[in-house]
Design a protein around this ligand. Structure first.
Ligand code: PLP
Length: 403
């Protein structure tokens, strides 16, 4: 069958508008499309492919598990799920794990757990969930409502109630709405979709203090920042703040769909038998792959390598900027970096993405003003240099078109 971009419009729901590039093969940080054109991948499928494409350890884990057992219901449990949960609890503050299939589902579980915890321990009136403008937590109706862009949750009828939004990195705006009615605060330690904006240390510490003062749970959404992306297994380790619940997905499976909610035992016990669940959550294939990913990512070599690669990205971006003057700043942490466009190029992030594609490079945007980079955590220096050479040519194209 001839499969091209035109077919998308005939057979797919039009909620996406994908590029005309159709990648068919990937190896490490290189990808090839239907025509055999090669791309350097600085996007990693939106912070997912943390070990690049077809990493041998992941391929081996998937092949091995695929010959043993693919699926069980949650009436049974399985070895890969228990092994992965054990490793996640050993490596973090958490004592209990719930597996889901995506970031949104991990967040959905976190929000439901927080509500149930508050009802059990306090009363039905303690139902307020506070989150931040420009935050992003997924597309289920609860999580998209908690996310801080009303445009994404408008137009679907009545929204889940008890959700309020305040300004990120502004403790006073949180203080104003927080009370003993607050059951949880959900926050990304660094906003990803919202423009690659790190949470200030003092802000995050202040959020923790307010949660303690009002007996509210602190939920860190580490779907984008987690699994080595910022140079530690989870970003909270560098903030000085320990959350009550943490959610993980994306890089957790390195490309295989899996999500997880991590929490303490005293909180977890409120999701009693039958209160929540998922057919595929904890699927043996997903857990086997995630364990293989974790065994590579959660090592000193890879985590310190993230910092070294961050330095290379920053050096190259500032070199390009000195020549072409397009960015106001480069921000972020580890390999979640955002180049914020200066006033002259504001609103044109997509132009840089399109020009990069033409030059054989995959990048991302975060809103209209930020070009985002979320490459593999083990991308080689040679791929960084080659990708940056292509990015510079893309920048030259956008600058030339502006004149
Ligand atoms: N939370 C954050 C911080 C994210 O960046 C995303 C996806 O971009 C999600 C949640 C949703 O994850 P998923 O698309 O796997 O449901």
């Amino acid at each position: 069958m001839q499969v091209g971009r035109a077919l998308f419009n005939d057979v797919m729901v039009p909620n996406y508008n994908p590029s005309s590039i159709i990648p068919v093969k990937g190896k490490g940080s290189r990808v090839w499309d239907q025509e055999g054109k090669e791309y350097v991948d600085f996007a990693g499928g939106i912070a997912v492919s943390c070990l690049g494409h077809c990493h041998p350890n992941m391929v081996e884990a998937l092949q091995e598990q695929s010959q043993k057992l693919w699926h069980l219901s949650n009436v049974m449990t399985n070895e890969p799920a228990l092994r992965l949960a054990k490793k996640l609890t050993q490596a973090t503050f958490a004592e209990r794990v719930y597996f889901a299939n995506s970031g949104a589902e991990a967040n959905e579980a976190a929000l439901k757990l927080a509500r149930r915890w508050a009802m059990d321990k306090f009363d039905e009136g303690k139902d307020q969930i506070i989150a931040f403008h420009k935050g992003f937590h997924g597309r289920t109706f609860f999580t998209v409502t908690v996310g801080g862009q009303a445009a994404y949750s408008d137009g679907f009828g009545p929204k889940p109630g008890g959700v309020q939004h305040v300004t990120f990195n502004d403790l006073s705006s949180l203080k104003e709405v927080m009370s003993d009615r607050t059951c949880a605060v959900m926050v990304e330690p660094m906003q990803g979709e919202g423009g690659v904006v790190p949470g200030d240390k003092e802000f995050l510490a202040g959020v923790r203090e307010l949660c303690d003062e009002h007996n509210a749970l602190l939920i860190f959404d580490e779907v984008q920042t987690g699994f080595g992306r910022t140079g530690t297994l989870y970003a909270y380790e560098q903030t000085g703040v320990v959350p009550d619940i943490l959610t993980s997905a994306k890089a957790l499976g390195g490309g295989f769909p899996i999500g997880a909610m991590l929490t303490r035992a005293d909180i977890a016990e409120h999701l009693k038998v039958g209160t929540h669940g998922s057919t595929y959550g904890g699927n043996p294939l997903g857990c086997a792959v995630a364990e293989a990913v974790m065994d590579v990512v959660n090592t000193e070599e890879v985590l310190s390598g993230v910092k070294a690669r961050e330095a290379m990205f920053r050096k190259e971006l500032s070199r390009i900027n000195e020549k072409h003057n397009v960015f106001a700043e480069v921000r972020g942490q580890g390999l979640l970096l955002g180049a914020a466009l200066n006033d002259q190029f504001k609103g044109k992030a997509r132009d840089f993405l399109v020009a990069s594609g033409e030059e054989g490079l995959m990048v991302l945007v975060a809103g209209m003003d930020v070009v985002r980079f979320t490459p593999s955590l083990v991308i080689t220096e040679q791929d960084i240099q080659e990708g940056m050479a292509r990015f510079e040519r893309a920048v030259e194209r956008v600058v030339a078109a502006q004149k």
